[in-house]
Design a protein around this ligand. Structure first.
Ligand code: FAD
Length: 418
């Protein structure tokens, strides 16, 4: 079957669907291909934070020291599956070179700007399209159980103030006044009233329907298998449901993007970082605002009537298997900060793969080698939050318009020759 389309988007996560929405609204003939259901990748049951105040990149100052310590603890939030994989070794080598203050300070304003712009787009889309997705902007609270953690919080508040990010330091009594579920032994926390949260799966599914209403074709259970090129242009895209002949291709396949890009002889460093979530449908008690458990790196999100716990970063390759030990570690961490967390009869367990470049910044833009290809991936821990702005910028690239922000820090080829 021969199918023509102006723009072919690969991937039905938040990035691909946001691009489909903005491009369909511009009147382009758009087709989105998704190998499973819409939002069946990392965009499904993640923590749902839209947190401009959490704008530090994954490779931060001090991460290396902590990472090595965590590697030896099976309950820690970080793990690398031992294996001989040249891509992983190269990635780790580059990653460690970004674990310093100056790289962190370069990344923070970029993430903050993208997230702030995206937050405004979430509000616009949800209001204009009347989407139901349990969106709320009630801020967030990062908690610290240890004195050392709380001391670090002081530094973080001062550091973030340099970038115009307004955070409030609260002692133990003050955090318990905000959230009575917090245990007496929690030392204190950092509060912000800027961050928002939502049910990511509801948002992405609802936005895909709006994109369809604007004329986009959304093809579920259609897997991209390969490409044909003539010179420096993709001429056809082969899938499990025939071939497509697009003018432009947008690769937004999350953690799977690297493998697909290799079929086009494009190689950019990116690792899949697995995380887990546990969702309780109707917990007896839940906090009012989202919490981030500072030492154990666990997110606790009240989403509508449910409560979700999410965490862990495992470099295990494309592997979605669930490690029950890690799930237990997430729940143990939650219980060590909060009272009233009962283990429900049947919580839902989920795993997802974050696409993570070594400097923590996403890849957004055209490539130098394939003329009609745009890549939009690598959003790491913040892909939901930065989804709408990425979709909008992709549409601006296609329309040859000035983009909302400078794209050079996100260039696909930024690691070439390093
Ligand atoms: C535990 C956890 C918690 C997180 N919490 C947050 C959070 O609170 N806030 C936040 O902003 N981010 C969070 N993230 C990160 C966020 O989930 C990701 O960055 C984001 O979902 C990436 O979106 P995406 O559209 O790039 O990729 P995905 O959502 O993974 O979408 C890619 C899609 O491409 C499809 N695909 C792959 N290969 C093919 C193919 N060959 N043909 C067709 N389709 C294909 C996949 O099926 C998938 O649906 C979290 C992630 C995890 C794992």
């Amino acid at each position: 079957m021969k199918q023509n389309t102006d723009i072919l988007i690969i991937g039905g996560g938040i990035v691909g669907v946001s691009a489909a929405y903005y491009l369909a609204k511009e009147g382009f003939k758009v087709t989105l291909l998704e190998k499973g259901e819409i939002s069946s990748g990392s965009s499904y049951a993640n923590a749902g934070f839209i947190p401009p105040t959490h704008s530090s990149p994954i490779p931060g100052a001090g991460v290396l020291k902590e990472g090595i310590k965590w590697m030896l603890d099976p309950k820690s939030p970080f793990y690398i599956k031992p294996r001989f994989d040249i891509d992983l070794i190269r990635w780790l080598w580059r990653f460690q070179s970004y674990c310093n203050k100056s790289s962190e300070e370069n990344a923070i304003p970029l993430f903050y700007e993208m997230q702030t712009r995206s937050l405004a787009l979430f509000e616009e889309i949800i209001a204009d399209e009347k989407l139901t997705c349990d969106y709320a902007q009630v801020g967030g609270l990062t908690l610290f159980k240890s004195k050392k953690g709380f001391e670090h919080a002081h530094e973080e508040v001062e550091e973030m103030a340099k970038f115009g990010i307004d955070l409030k330091l609260l002692n133990g009594d003050a955090v318990r006044k905000l959230e009575p579920m917090i245990r007496d032994d929690v030392f204190g926390g950092i509060y912000n009233d800027e961050d928002a949260h939502l049910d990511p799966a509801l948002f992405v599914e609802a936005l895909s329907k709006k994109a369809e209403k604007c004329g986009a074709r959304v093809l579920r259970h259609t897997k991209v298998l390969g490409f044909e090129k003539v010179g420096r242009r993709i001429t056809s895209v082969h899938t499990t449901h025939g071939s497509f002949y697009p003018k432009e291709v947008i690769l937004a396949a999350g953690a799977w993007s690297k493998k697909l890009a290799k079929k086009l002889n494009l190689n950019f460093p990116m690792q899949a970082a697995k995380g887990y979530s546990i969702t309780m449908e109707k917990p007896v008690e839940k906090p009012r605002i989202p919490l981030f458990l500072g030492e154990s790196k666990v997110a606790v999100t009240p989403i509508g009537k449910s409560l979700r716990f999410a965490g862990t970063l495992e470099l295990t390759g494309i592997d979605l298997s669930i490690n029950q030990g890690r799930i237990n570690a997430i729940m143990d961490a939650a219980k060590s900060y909060l009272n009233g967390i009962s283990s429900e009869v049947q919580p839902k367990f989920w795993s997802g793969l974050r696409p993570v470049p070594p400097d923590g910044l996403p890849y957004i833009g055209r490539t130098n080698t394939v003329k009609n290809l745009i890549i939009a991936t690598g959003h790491g821990m913040l892909g939901v939050s930065m989804g709408p702005i990425t979709g909008k910028v992709v549409a601006q690239i296609i329309c040859d318009e000035k983009t909302d922000f400078e794209l050079s820090p996100f260039a696909i080829e930024r690691f070439s020759g390093t």
